[in-house]
Design a protein around this ligand. Structure first.
Ligand code: GDP
Length: 438
């Protein structure tokens, strides 16, 4: 995420050599202008930004710190548009949101992510399969709804999206849903027919807000299409999808400044938990390579069950961590979303992490093997791995398709890891680790 803009902003900062050195500030500004334009920031936004940053740096007194602070201040200003942040609930539920966007933008996936986000916050959510344009969209939404365990309204015999929206809203009202998310048709490009259809759906039901899903990877086009949607059907918020793949990061600045509609969420991976509320100063912090610890804490607190975490910590201390606990921890990790998004939140790690960034933890061969192994264990064996004797090992090997050598290796690793965790969690554990490292 943002690797290129973060790097080039650093270069700009490094141009400033001495305090009150006007010439070096000029050089930094030129460098900054280049990096913003390269990052797909609209030329008007770039101009406004560099003017403001230069003025602010001079006002405070030229230096690297004041330049960085001016950057933070002005970038945050640009990203802060008037209007709502995150998700806003209507006073008359169900809060109904139309999910709009071009085909391939990530609209259907984002509908699922938003449903998941709301479900995690204890809301009763209904999604409506109203994208009758793209052949597989209804099927895709069915799968996603099942995955995140929210209800879905669909009608395989219906060809009219208005009828789907109306019936879904009736169901949502009758069955007291908190939120209804209506997926709508997309097109490869904006056309009359699409806009008319969206207007008709919008006017046929009570709609609280219209979200536009913009694909960050389309750069300047994302800004243009968001503007068209705003003019033609009126949008209340933009969700930037695929922000994880966008190393440039400037599209958020362009949309905020040129479209004038608040960015509400960002999509930061293909998985269902990979959606975050868009909070300007946190994005700026990541753009500058400073991480987002607050965001990380929020993310983990939504996913981690504190009671369970304490119980596991106790078990680790006593050396009783077992394979069931391990599966629980894995499930929790997968709720956190992709590794890339987590790494981007830890200051400095993004530059250091290298290949770790692209690691798909859940689908790695190692984790698959461990899951197969645990799947073939009895409940007793999971709770007490020391029970596993040679004859049990043979049975597990048969069931899991692993060789006994592989099983021995995993069991040994597990044992060592439990021992290490026990040591670290005991008093003076960290000291012990430090000694070991040194
Ligand atoms: P739709 O035609 O707009 O409904 O598009 P889809 O929801 O089918 O998404 C198109 C592709 O983009 C799919 O392969 C998604 O997995 C992928 N996608 C959606 N959002 C994100 C995101 O935030 N990050 C990444 N990396 N991929 C995404």
């Amino acid at each position: 995420m943002f690797d290129s803009i973060t790097g080039s902003i650093k270069n700009a900062v490094n141009k400033i050599r001495h305090k009150d050195d006007v010439a070096s500030l000029k050089k930094a500004i030129v460098e900054l202008k280049k990096s913003l334009l390269k990052a797909d920031v609209h030329h008007k936004t770039t101009k406004e930004l560099i003017t403001a940053i230069e003025l602010e740096t001079k006002r405070v007194g030229i230096g690297q710190d004041s330049f960085i602070n001016a950057l933070k201040l002005e970038l945050t200003k640009v990203l802060t548009t008037e209007g709502n942040q995150g998700f806003v609930y209507s006073n008359t539920p169900p809060t109904t949101i139309l999910m709009t966007g071009l085909q391939g933008s990530g609209k259907t996936t984002t509908t699922g992510k938003l449903a998941n986000y709301l479900k995690q916050r204890n809301k009763k959510v209904l999604v409506a399969a109203g994208d009758l344009q793209r052949l597989a969209a209804v099927e895709q939404l069915k799968q996603i709804a099942a995955q995140v365990e929210v209800d879905i309204y669909f009608d395989d015999n219906q060809t009219d999206p208005i009828a789907i929206a109306k019936a879904a809203q009736e169901k949502a009202i009758k069955e007291h849903y908190d939120v209804l998310l209506v997926d709508t048709a997309g097109r490869l490009a904006i056309d009359e027919e699409l806009m008319t259809q969206l207007k008709n759906v919008r006017d046929a039901i009570k709609v609280d807000e219209i979200f536009y899903v913009a694909d960050s990877l389309t750069g300047h086009d994302a800004t243009k299409t968001a503007s068209s949607f705003k003019e033609q059907i009126g949008i209340d918020g933009v969700i930037l999808s695929k922000y994880d793949g966008d190393t440039k990061g400037g599209v958020a600045l362009s949309i905020a400044s040129q479209v004038g509609v608040p960015l509400r969420f960002i999509g930061i991976g293909e998985k269902m938990p990979d959606l975050e509320v868009f909070i300007p100063d946190r994005i700026v912090s990541r753009l500058l390579g400073l991480g987002d610890i607050e965001g990380l804490a929020e993310k983990t607190s939504a996913v981690i069950d504190e009671k369970k975490a304490k119980a596991v910590a106790k078990k680790i201390k006593k050396g009783e961590f077992n394979f069931n606990d391990f599966l629980d921890q894995l499930a929790m990790m997968s709720k956190l979303g992709s590794m890339k998004s987590i790494i981007g939140m830890i200051p400095g790690l993004s530059q250091m992490a290298g290949p770790l960034k692209d690691m798909d933890f859940e689908n790695s061969d190692e984790i698959k093997r461990i899951k197969a192994l645990i799947g073939s264990m009895t409940e007793k064996e999971r709770l007490q791995p020391s029970l596993i004797n040679p004859s049990r090992k043979k049975r597990i090997a048969k069931g899991s398709g692993l060789s006994e050598v592989q099983i021995n290796k995993i069991l040994k690793q597990f044992k060592n890891a439990s021992k290490m965790a026990k040591k670290l969690s005991s008093k003076g554990g960290m000291k012990g680790l430090q000694n070991m490292m040194s």
